[in-house]
Design a protein around this ligand. Sequence first.
Ligand SMILES: [Zn+2]
Length: 258
Amino acid sequence: MTLNRRDALKLGAAAAAGLGPSLSIATTARAMTMSEYAYTLGGGAVSVHPVSHASLALTLPGMVAYVDPVGDTSAYESLPQPDLILVTHEHGDHFKLETLAALMGDSTRLVVNPAVFGLLPAELQTVATALGNGDGTTIGDVAIHAIPAYNSTPERMNYHPEGRDNGYVLTLDGGRVYIAGDTEDIPAMRALEGIDIAFLPMNPPYTMDIEQAASAVSDFAPKVVFPYHYRGSDTEAFAALVRNGGTATEVVLHDWYA
Ligand SMILES: [Zn+2]
């Protein structure tokens, strides 16, 4: 499995800090700004499009996937309609029915946790698959596995109780992408293997702190990690902890709150 960085295109003005010297940046004047970080996993092109906070889009071989879309649909205007929308859990920064319904195309499939499935109207349930922790399904050429996502610190457990919410691992030909959802550094995360690109939350008390996140990275050693869902946390300090953690993991410091 190889992960080669391809050219990254950044539309709109934003800082290049933290992207690394081998990433080329192009800037164009457009009203809509959408950043793209592009990689090659195996033989396939994968692009990451951060939207905001916990919302992102992925361009995968043969598929466009949105994750936890909320808010104004204009944020997605520059992207193709999704083939797949993943929802990790029911909280408002991850699931908004109006946004979800507006983004659905004729052939869009949904993969959600069981609690969100129960909140969907009947017409969306017909195109949705509910995955509990540990379950999997395949859509197109992408295998999707639901990874547990929960708070493990006793005073935080009310936010995300164990067994309800999902993270997802997407396995494509030649690569694996992990979207953690709202979770702490649980054993299921630390046990992951072969992850090329990971998205990790870090905003206590809702998820984990930067020390927990960096410690988990030192265990499961993704090739690339995007801090996301980090409002108020020091992601540069997280990057320093990762650098000192003994892995070759690259930290991508995108501004998800611009
Ligand atoms: Zn959240």
